[in-house]
Design a protein around this ligand. Structure first.
Ligand code: DGY
Length: 321
């Protein structure tokens, strides 16, 4: 008999094919399942495992309602701020994520946002789609150079380091702030700042790669945006909770920031539409890992975690030990 699995959201076809081959699972179609539906489906099917994505909040109350026959909850994401890991641990429920496999694609997207925010990608694209038809003077529609600038990275984990590697190809000086200093081989020439506020005045470009938690909530606010040099470019592919979006909008409107590239928002998918009214913002809908190769690898990694636990082995990517 195949193990029983509940999947809370539509996932790529290749991952679905593997699920069909290895699990007994009702394949989700259409709408994302909410917490009540997931709990009901887990109970009705006597599921052994749950595969979820970051749209589903596994808070303490929901974790308490997960039936005992569920042996693991695996999230199809590297971020796990939607999971109350302490509650899962208290209950002895293994929870896993999908690190590593999305590092390079998420770093690519961060760089896409840096380039588009600095070089006015959204505005150029809009002009072309309207038919162009007017030559711009040599002093019009100018972006700011990325090459040779100083890039500040908050959160020098796997993705932050991958962004730093790309930045070196753009001749950038890389500075970073992290909870701990990296060893020299990982630092690879990047300069460490223990104090985030002390780093900010040096950041001509600032890219966020820190986890969302109590320590990083609203870390970018009116005070910290003001510490950036005038004309800085701001990028966030981490989590919206790191940013006070009203303060960001003020900094963009006043021209203190030259531009911003945003893939994540405080509220998703119903993000703050005021951001979309600003010309100097380049927006993407939380798509850091959205390539064929990476999404497939994430799904397989989540399934590998599930299979390991159901086979009585330790999870590959445990969120608690
Ligand atoms: C991740 O994997 O954490 C992405 O941001 C999608 O949630």
């Amino acid at each position: 008999m195949k193990p029983r699995l509940i999947v809370s959201r539509q996932i790529p076809a290749e991952v679905t094919a593997r699920i069909v081959a290895e699990f007994d699972c009702p394949i989700p179609e259409g709408r994302d399942m909410d917490q009540d539906t997931v709990i009901r489906m887990l109970a009705e099917t006597r599921a052994d495992a749950l595969l979820l994505t970051s749209h589903l909040k596994l808070d303490a109350a929901t974790i308490a309602r997960i039936p005992d026959h569920v042996k693991i909850a695996a999230t199809f994401s590297v971020g796990f701020d939607h999971i109350d890991v302490a509650a899962a641990r208290a209950r002895g429920l293994p929870v896993t994520n999908t690190p590593d496999v999305l590092t390079e694609c998420t770093a690519d997207l961060a760089f896409m946002l840096i380039l588009n925010a600095a070089r006015r990608g959204h505005e150029y694209e809009a002009i072309m789609r309207k038919g162009w038809r007017r030559g711009y003077g040599m002093g019009e529609m100018m972006g700011v150079r990325v090459w040779g600038k100083t890039l500040g990275i908050l959160g020098m984990g796997r993705i932050g380091q991958a962004v730093a590697r790309r930045a070196r190809g753009f001749g950038m000086r890389v500075i970073y702030c992290n909870s701990r200093r990296l060893p020299p081989e990982l630092e690879a020439g990047a300069e460490y700042f223990a104090d985030f506020r002390a780093m900010l005045p040096h950041c001509e470009v600032l890219s966020l790669h820190a986890a969302s938690n109590a320590a990083t909530a609203d870390i970018m606010n009116a005070e910290t945006f003001a510490l950036l040099p005038k004309g800085a470019v701001f990028v966030n592919v981490a989590r919206g909770g790191l940013v006070d979006e009203s303060a960001l909008i003020d900094a963009l409107k006043s021209g203190h920031l030259f531009g911003a590239g945003l893939d994540v928002f405080r509220r998703e998918p119903d993000y703050d539409l005021r951001l979309g009214e600003l010309e100097n913002v380049f927006l993407t809908p939380h798509m850091g890992s959205a390539t064929v190769e990476t999404r497939q690898a994430m799904g397989f990694r989540a399934l590998d975690n599930i299979q390991a636990v159901l086979a009585g082995k330790p999870p590959i990517d445990p969120l608690w030990t």
